[in-house]
Ligand binder design. Sequence first.
Ligand code: AMP
Length: 180
Amino acid sequence: MTSCNSDLDAAIRRVPDFPRPGILFYDVTGILMNPRVFRYCVERLAVRAKEAGAGAIAAIEARGFIFAAPVAERCGLPLVLVRKKGKLPGETVSRGFALEYGEDSIEVQKADLATPAHILIIDDLIATGGTLSAAAAIFRESGFSIAGIAAVIGLPFLNFRDALPGIPIHTLIDYHGEET
Ligand code: AMP
């Protein structure tokens, strides 16, 4: 039996007031506990990579890695890791950004930026789009073109499209702020 978006919705755990009061956290752990739903996510993201003509996949730390790695393997594409500052050895390119909660900085190894490609950036969830905007900036500065952004979950009420102008964005399921 194939999975569908209602199975995906059922697999996503909502955790109120995490990691701070007032934040409704959408936890993808339940997806990983359900192989059928996990496969459904990977298949749909892989279809997106093919439709976008991606020549490489970028994965955003940490939960983006979980979804991006099987997509890259399935599509036969190189996988570039976008990590939190200080995690990658060797020379890196970094960029700071504001989060829905707090601030952070991400980086990519220079060696992974040496061969520019048409790259699809994958994360588990798009909230404000700040992380993905910083990642897109790193890739563009290095001569990459952005094939698009794909995520399992979108929170469009946080206006991520405003932070990512001109970039095709695909999410498998959207929440509008009032769901618990
Ligand atoms: P942003 O840069 O605001 O789009 O934040 C996206 C990153 O923060 C993603 O990697 C998510 O894993 C995480 N994140 C932000 N808000 C939430 C939320 N409400 N529930 C789960 N993860 C979140």
